[in-house]
Ligand binder design. Structure first.
Ligand SMILES: O=C(O)CCC(=O)C(=O)O
Ligand SMILES: [Fe+2]
Length: 492
């Protein structure tokens, strides 16, 4: 079951064992009911804890989709403008075979997403950035507001809503912008002991502020750095697809826009949700009626992340992304525990079921597939604008994120960059193969129940897109049909 077997195994009190003398990333568990939960270092033993899941903890599994993997170096070959005359024929053949597979994967018959491995420095940035998503989500409202402002981040979910299952922090990113620190220069600090006595009451508050600020010191810069990597990846895939389709429209559309939207997302564990509600109840008890009303108003803000109600087993509802490409990290799972000093701490753990919990709907077979990708890889997904611009040669992916219902102390963290066309980009659809639009389930004769259920929730492309519409109009209509309201979104 465990590989390699040469380690010392010691059984713990629960249905778990400690594999001593190895690291989580070097351990492979061949049985789906066993789960690498955390690293262990208690002075006596150093290794990895492996837990057997209770039967009811394992979800009814959807079929697994192992993503087609492209190495970044190969993606650059696919995106290169020309091959040199010295390229050996077998290498040319290999590149052509990859191009065909890439287009089949992203095209009409394929799942509409693939993964890229070997992107330099992105794994290090992912490890630095993703744990900050949970830390930010759990901060109290005023502290979080201060930190978000300092790092030039906004949010597109109502962070005052205690029922939210997702917290998300967003920033507008620019192509090829020299990396400048997002933080304003630190003000010259005076020695607190030299300050007048009436000022000293602030010192405790300031110490707390410094502690918070320390945790988030590199938040804005890491966000921008990983964002730039993803924009580079997006441009490469756009060039590679353009080469296969002919013309330069995908790459040009991305560059004309000049910007992309980065989003750091924390998917709350069940415990996070309970804690948020309790904290909100405590706050409400201490607030005036006027403040409560104000909070209720804020809870009604339009949410761009497709958050689900607390009952649902989805962390994010079924949807298509409406940009050109979406680039995502392989998600990180955090296990919240108490350490030996009874202090709360987060530890990275492997995915409880070995997959990403990102699900896609596969129209070819009317079934749902659970996406699996290699640790540390990055996912590129086709959005509706690429589908429209490529006249159906690329296929946008209908997807959602599901939540492991029985693992109450596991959260999911990810970072996503949405690459979009310019707001003024006009869509012409007279030569778009209209039968592709029927993916959204306009067919009355569709007999698959699941497909019908999903399609009921998705406003069809034909109802949102009219010939000659700009991307701004299309995105406004899309958000309006998904969430109601005016469809206007914040630009952060
Ligand atoms: O978290 C994920 O894996 C998917 C996120 C997503 O679909 C989105 O933010 O649009
Ligand atoms: Fe999405």
């Amino acid at each position: 079951m465990l590989s390699p077997l040469s380690f010392c195994l010691s059984f713990g009190p629960r249905r778990e064992l400690i594999v001593e003398g190895c690291k989580a990333q070097n351990l492979r568990v061949g049985n789906a009911n066993w789960w690498i939960s955390e690293s262990v270092d208690d002075g006596n033993r150093r290794g990895v804890r492996v837990r057997e899941m209770e039967m009811e903890e394992t979800e009814t599994e959807a079929e697994i989709l192992e993503l087609y993997e492209l190495r970044y170096s190969d993606l650059m070959l696919l995106a290169a403008t020309s091959v040199t005359s010295s390229t050996p024929p077998e290498e040319l053949e290999r590149v052509e075979a990859m191009r065909r597979t890439m287009m089949e994967t992203l095209g009409h018959g394929g799942p509409g997403l693939l993964s890229v491995t070997g992107f330099p420095s992105a794994s290090r940035l992912r490890r630095k950035l993703l744990p900050l998503a949970r830390k930010l989500a759990l901060l109290d409202f005023e502290d979080r507001k201060r930190i978000l402002k300092k790092h030039n981040l906004g949010s597109d979910v109502p962070l005052k809503n205690p029922d939210r299952k997702v917290s998300s922090f967003a920033m507008q990113l620019r192509y090829a912008e020299p990396l400048e620190s997002t933080q304003s220069k630190p003000a010259k600090e005076a020695d607190p002991c030299l300050r007048p006595v009436h000022d000293r009451l602030d010192i405790v508050d300031n110490l707390r502020e410094h502690q918070d600020d320390d945790d988030f010191r590199n938040l804005g810069d890491t966000f921008m750095e990983l964002g730039s990597c993803f924009m580079e990846l997006g441009l490469c895939i756009a060039r590679a697809c353009d080469k296969a389709i002919g013309g330069h429209e995908l790459e040009k559309s991305l560059l004309d826009s000049g910007t992309a939207k980065g989003r750091l997302i924390h998917y709350h564990s069940i415990l996070d949700s309970i804690n948020l509600k309790q904290a909100d109840r405590r706050r409400r008890r201490g607030s005036t009626k006027k403040q409560v009303n104000r909070r209720r108003d804020n809870g009604d803000e339009h949410s761009e992340v497709r958050d689900c109600d607390i009952q649902s087993n989805l962390w994010q509802q079924w949807h298509h992304d409406y940009g050109i490409f979406t680039v995502l990290t392989d998600p990180m799972f955090l296990l919240h525990e108490e350490n030996k000093f009874s202090m709360a701490c987060d530890r990275e753990c492997s995915s409880p079921s070995g997959h990403t919990y990102l699900q896609i709907f596969n129209p070819a077979k009317n079934n749902v597939l659970m996406v699996k990708t290699s640790p540390g890889s990055f996912i590129i997904q086709v959005g509706e604008s690429a589908d429209i611009i490529s006249k159906g040669k690329l296929r946008s992916t209908l997807h959602c994120v599901c939540q492991p219902s029985k693992l109450e102390n596991v959260s999911r963290e990810t970072f996503v960059v949405f690459l979009q066309p310019a707001w003024s980009k006009t869509f012409f659809i007279s030569d778009y193969p209209i039968e592709h639009c029927q993916l959204e389930g306009d067919h009355p004769d569709k007999d698959d129940l699941l497909a019908q259920e999903i399609s009921k929730m998705i406003p069809s492309l034909t109802s949102r897109l009219k010939d000659g519409m700009t991307f701004a109009e299309f995105s406004r209509e899309t958000t309006k049909q998904y969430y109601g309201g005016t469809g206007l979104q914040s630009n952060r």
